[in-house]
Design a protein around this ligand. Sequence first.
Ligand code: 5AD
Ligand code: SF4
Length: 352
Amino acid sequence: MSLTRNEIIEVLKSPVAYEGTSFSDADNSLFTAATATARALFNNTVYQRGVIEFSSHCRKNCHYCGLRNSNTDLLRYRLTHDEVMQAVEIAAGMGMGTIVLQAGEDEDVNPHFIYTIVRAIKEKYNLAVTLSLGDHPDDVYRLWRDSGADRYLLKIETTDTDLHSLYRPGQHLYDRLNRIESLQRLGYETGSGIIVGLPGMTEETLTDDLLLLRTMGLDMIACGPFIPHPQTPLRHAAQGTLVESLRVTALLRLLNPATNIPATSALDSLRSVRNNDGRIHALNAGANVIMPSITPDEVRSQYSIYPGKNDPALTQNSAVKLLQSKVQQAGFTLSSQAGSSMRRTFRAQPAI
Ligand code: 5AD
Ligand code: SF4
């Protein structure tokens, strides 16, 4: 679909009529159009990526994130090779077609640790592997690609250069964009994305995010609402909203018909949303992927990027089963396929 900058801003600024589970007529039409676009390419299929959060150590200090280095109140953990492989076994048994290895930027994880795990996953299960491990030099990205990793996820968070550098101290948007290009050159299917509703973001900011993301040739694009974490500098900021996140999800689908778009877990951590309803709403607004955490019960609640992530009241097993049954009840078909990028098949994205 062709959308101008002004049309996108208008969608994002339109009045909100969300009460419980009802949206405005304009929002319902937007979500229906996005779902129809997704359905034309993916049918009702929802791809499942099992996320193993193997280390909560991080050298960075992003203002929005509970794993930031300065958060000394957090119990940190790092899984062993065997613990990661046990989680992979569970993920495979639960029908995940992709394993996502995710961690903070942990300086004590040797790149060869990742190399060995990816090789082992490929040899034993032949599942698709996505890495979500932050900023590293090109030779490390190359090593991991050589190990067989298929995809890399590196979010730009926001395209507002000032906000980007403010909330990611010492970091610049352009470095992030260059890294994404390096990953693409190395042959990774590449994903990126943004946080919706960071303090200082406007509808114009989000529109610029959407327009830039669309030009980047991405295979996956994610957006999730900002959730304030009590042990970060943004603890008193307002959370992102469900409606805005769903609008951005739907616009992403309309602007990038063949790109994989996850229903992000942060949607279920919004205080206003019960259980898995946030993610189901996103599937009904054009998303086609779920990414449940398969991190072991002993540590999963310590992967505290934002509050409510990996609910300690639920075991990993019951959390995944609950999400899977809700997705099916909502009329979607769960797939255990890798769900590789369709964008490469349908390269022509509509012109703006
Ligand atoms: N709220 C929502 N998403 C967050 N992320 C980090 N902190 C928050 C937060 N407070 C997201 C970012 C980051 C990923 C690890 O989690 O997009 O890339
Ligand atoms: Fe570290 Fe990523 Fe959190 Fe930033 S967002 S502090 S890089 S885990």
